[in-house]
Write a protein that binds this ligand. Structure first.
Ligand code: SF4
Length: 351
């Protein structure tokens, strides 16, 4: 079943489109010192190789804003400057050729400063992401709602949106992140009803790779299934490459992007008579860099295997020390257990 994506305005971040019918893009954030051009470029290159499509870097001072110029020369994906409080950093980042700004206009000073940044962004076609974070909502809004609620998150976001709209700036992307999954989900659902700007989704401060993966899959998965989300960033306490890998897996799992092989495998049970667990893991590893849009089924038995995997392009159904090779649910031939891996990989490569 296809997901019906929410209709949103399309904005450009360098040569990546966000919103509208553009594929949901995968972002990550560097954790190097942005001023260290060499290390930052190295990390971005590694992120690119793993499928990152937009990268964000923290801009803490003028030197970091200037470093973006050099960084940009050495990378091929758009870069976003993450800025808080200081409008001069935004101006400098724009001067350095940044592709997008992440800043909350209500937090960068008086109206004249905001106007300067917004006008310059407009002139250079640079979108601005308003990033509401549950941890930094204006006290007056929290006071109004008594605590941080989805309504408070949305009101905070719309305050910043208004500032930009009043300056006739509409290349806006919004995020409403919290570490609480339900709060995040309800905030995005509410915002989706109020505006048609693209939404950057994620569960912030989700945690370590294990815990954060679970939270992100639930939260981001729920939003995507609701048709919400135009670009995403997974937040994990770990190597940012893991964020990109997980982002791809989530999008692949809900059928919104095609990133190579989709592997399905049975959980194994008393009917399994081959070493299916190791086989599935080895096949997954070997196919991780194969960029073919194929569904591969690794099933334990011939009773349920072909039936359960009838939509797969190719697969095996285990037997006693052997397996049946099938394509499109049809049995093709029998293979000895020791040959399964090689035969399956060879057949996949031929497809
Ligand atoms: S496919 Fe067969 S072996 Fe695998 S779980 Fe189902 S019944 Fe068990």
């Amino acid at each position: 079943m296809d997901i019906k994506r929410r209709r949103t305005k399309k904005v450009s971040c360098g040569d990546v489109k966000i919103g509208g019918d553009a594929p949901i893009s995968i972002q990550s954030m560097t954790n190097t010192d942005t001023r260290d051009v060499k290390k930052t470029v190295e990390q971005i290159k590694a992120l690119e190789r793993n499928g990152c499509e937009i990268v964000r870097a923290a801009v803490l001072d003028l030197e970091a804003a200037q470093a973006i110029k050099e960084i940009k020369k050495n990378i091929s994906i758009p870069i976003v400057a993450d800025i808080h409080f200081d409008y001069r950093l935004a101006l400098e980042a724009i001067n350095s050729g940044v592709d997008k700004l992440r800043l909350n206009p209500g937090n960068i000073g008086d109206a004249e400063r905001v106007r300067k940044v917004v006008m310059m962004a407009k002139e250079r076609n640079i979108p601005i992401r308003i990033g509401v974070n549950a941890g930094s909502i204006d006290k007056k809004i929290i006071y109004k709602y008594g605590k941080i609620t989805p309504e408070a998150m949305v009101e905070s976001g719309l305050e910043h949106v208004k500032i930009l709209e009043n300056l006739n700036f509409e290349d806006i992307i919004i995020s409403l992140k919290a570490s609480d999954i339900k709060l995040t989900l309800e905030s995005y659902r509410l915002m989706a009803k109020k505006v048609d700007y693209p939404l950057h989704i994620g569960i912030t401060e989700a945690g370590t790779i294990k815990g954060g993966t679970i939270k992100s899959c639930i939260g981001i998965g729920a939003m995507l299934l609701d048709g919400i989300g135009d670009t995403l960033r997974i937040s994990l306490t770990g190597d940012p490459i893991e964020e990109v890998k997980l982002g791809k897996e989530i999008l692949k799992s809900v059928g919104l992007r095609d990133f190579g092989i989709n592997l399905i495998s049975c959980p194994t049970c008393g009917r399994t008579q081959i070493d299916l667990i190791h086989l599935a893991n080895r096949i997954e590893n070997k196919l991780s860099t194969v960029n073919k849009p194929l569904t591969v089924a690794i099933m334990g038995c011939a009773v349920n295997g072909p039936g359960e995997a009838k939509d797969a392009d190719i697969g095996i159904a285990g037997g006693k020390g052997s397996a049946l090779l099938f394509k499109k649910g049809e049995i093709i031939r029998k293979i000895k257990e020791e040959d399964i891996e090689a035969v399956l990989l060879e057949e996949i490569m031929k497809m």
